[in-house]
Design a protein around this ligand. Structure first.
Ligand code: FES
Length: 100
């Protein structure tokens, strides 16, 4: 497999053993499935990976896209995912969910 053009990191709230899990995973139920389906249907060259807690819990669910290095907050639900992927597809940044 060749390296993807875009790498999408989705916070899955993992923390070191003993620490309570963060909140993103509670808010993004079904998010990975929907995002994967959208990437395929749009023909985007993007790979999704889940991550540990990105230390932005109050702003979760958090999504980070590389190589742009764009951090998004409150990416919750299909509408938010669509907005972020629309921006990625058109080479823009989705200001509405941007984590500044
Ligand atoms: S659980 Fe996602 S930023 Fe902490």
């Amino acid at each position: 497999m060749e390296k993807p053009t875009h790498h999408i990191l989705v916070c899955a709230s993992f923390r070191v053993k003993g620490d309570p899990k963060g909140v993103c995973h509670k808010k993004n139920d079904g998010m990975l499935q929907y995002m994967e389906e959208e990437i395929l249907s749009r023909g985007l060259d993007a790979l999704i990976s889940t991550t540990g807690c990105l230390k932005q819990c109050d702003n979760g669910p958090v999504v980070v896209i590389y190589p742009q290095g764009t951090w998004y907050q409150k990416v919750e639900g299909e509408e938010a995912i669509d907005a972020v992927l629309d921006a990625l597809e058109s080479g823009e940044v989705c200001e509405q969910y941007l984590l500044a």
